[in-house]
Design a protein around this ligand. Structure first.
Ligand code: SF4
Ligand code: SF4
Length: 156
C-alpha cells in the first residue's frame, strides 16, 4: 500500500501497522526529531557495548536538531546511515532507547512527549529528550578528540 500512496498518513498508523507496512510519509513522520542518531558512537573493543558521545555530525543543526541537508545527506556524509526496517532487525541497539523506530520495533508504545501523542513537535525539546543545547558539533573539535567525548555506554 505504501508503494502506491507514498504521501498518505493514515489515522493512528503507528498503532495499527507494522514498520514494514508504513507509507514513506508515515515513516518520515514517525521520527521524533530528537537528533540523537546523528551523534557519533563507537563499538566497544569487545563489541558488546555501544559508546555514545555528545558530538554531533557536522550536518546537524544543534539548535533545531535537524539535518541541514537531509535530502542530499548521503552524498555529503557518506557514512550517514539511513534508518530502515532492515537496519532495525540487524542493529536496533545502534539507536537510542527513546527512538520511535526502535520503540515500535520492540513493540513498545511511544512516549507522551512524542509529537504523535502530544500533538506538538516541541515537546521532544521541552522535555529534554532531544540533543538541543547539550551537544557540540564535530566541526568544533578535532577528529581525534571525539573519543574523549563518550557520555554513555549501553549493552547491546
Ligand atoms: S533517534 Fe530516532 S527518533 Fe530520534 S531523530 Fe533519530 S531516527 Fe528520529
Ligand atoms: S548527514 Fe544528516 S542525517 Fe546523517 S548523521 Fe549527519 S546530520 Fe544526521
Amino acid at each position: 500500500m505504501g508503494m502506491f500512496f507514498p504521501k498518505v498518513k493514515r489515522k493512528n498508523y503507528w498503532q495499527r501497522f507494522g514498520l514494514r507496512d508504513l507509507t514513506p510519509a508515515e515513516w518520515e513522520d514517525l521520527c521524533d526529531g530528537c537528533g540523537k542518531c546523528c551523534l557519533f558512537k563507537f563499538d566497544s573493543y569487545d563489541e558488546s557495548k555501544v559508546e555514545f558521545t555528545n558530538v554531533a555530525c557536522r550536518l546537524l543543526d544543534c539548535s533545531t536538531c535537524q539535518c541541514k541537508h537531509y535530502e542530499e545527506r548521503k552524498n555529503i556524509v557518506h557514512d550517514c546511515v539511513k534508518i530502515t526496517p532492515e537496519l532495525l532487525e540487524e542493529r536496533s541497539y545502534w539507536l537510542p532507547s527513546t527512538c520511535a523506530y526502535r520503540l515500535l520495533h520492540e513493540n513498545k508504545p511511544l512516549h507522551d512527549w512524542h509529537h504523535l501523542i502530544s500533538g506538538d513537535r516541541n515537546t521532544v525539546h521541552e522535555q529534554g529528550i532531544s540533543v538541543r543545547n547539550w551537544v557540540i558539533s564535530e566541526t568544533d573539535i578535532s577528529e581525534h578528540d571525539i573519543q574523549n567525548h563518550i557520555i554513555e555506554v549501553q549493552e547491546k
